[in-house]
Design a binder for this molecule. Structure first.
Ligand SMILES: N[C@@H](CCC(=O)N[C@@H](CS)C(=O)NCC(=O)O)C(=O)O
Length: 221
């Protein structure tokens, strides 16, 4: 039995969604974030030393990292579903988005959160300085990067309906988290029409909805 060690309100939703798309049996092992720090509980480190979610177990096999989990599940159980045929241009695009989502798309989104948090949670006596540093860093570095990445996704989705091409694949599942977070967090309003359409399309998929019912709602902020 596949067990998904699922942290509430997290990237782990993508794995539940993938399993629902593949119509595979699985169990959800739930973990709750600490209300103050938002970190995962220590118990998750008993599954994998990093203590991050998602992580899955499948018999003796333990797989961490969303991209690696998606590769494992699609290769082992997909029977050719949700992945373009080998040797096609779509397969290369699929591979690109699968790696890009966590390697390049997420870092500026995480930086945005870190600097926003710094500005609002610094000790009161340095808060104005922290806020000024955060605002300057966001303006000079983070916001232009967000506009660059978001604009690129939007342009790519103008060429093909899904990230890897004409068919929905697991690359769309992997890119869903950056896209949904981007729409909520980046503060970018130009060149996002295709991103909005993509988000609406994925959120209407029955498997996406079933995954939310199993794992709980996600609040993108
Ligand atoms: N690149 C990793 C990121 C894993 C990760 O940072 N997960 C977050 C949840 S979205 C987490 O476990 N946070 C809790 C913590 O760091 O304690 C992946 O895609 O699996």
């Amino acid at each position: 039995m596949i067990s998904v060690h699922h942290l509430n309100n997290s990237r782990s939703h993508r794995i539940l969604w993938l399993l629902e798309e593949l119509e595979l049996p699985y169990e959800v092992v739930p973990y709750q974030r600490d209300a103050a720090t938002m970190l995962a509980p220590e118990a998750l480190k008993r599954v994998h030393p990093l203590g991050k979610s998602p992580v899955i177990t499948d018999g003796d096999v333990v797989v961490a990292e969303s991209g690696a989990i998606i590769e494992y599940l699609v290769t082992r159980y997909g029977a050719g579903r949700l992945i373009p045929p080998e040797g096609t241009p779509e397969r290369l695009r699929y591979s690109f988005w699968l790696h890009y989502a966590e390697g390049s798309a997420m870092p500026p989104l995480l930086l945005k959160l870190v600097f926003r948090t710094m500005a609002t949670r610094a000790p009161w006596f340095i808060r104005p300085i922290a806020a000024a540093i955060a605002a300057a860093t966001e303006k000079a570095f983070i916001d232009p990067q967000l506009a660059l990445h978001g604009g690129y996704w939007n342009a790519e989705l103008a060429k093909t309906p899904w990230f890897a091409g004409s068919a929905f694949t697991a690359a769309d599942i992997q890119m869903s988290f950056p896209v949904e977070l981007f729409l909520a967090r980046a503060g970018v309003t130009d060149n996002i029409d295709r991103l909005k359409a993509f988000a609406a399309k994925i959120q209407a998929r029955p498997a996406y909805v079933r995954a939310l019912a199993r794992g709980g709602e996600i609040h993108f902020t």
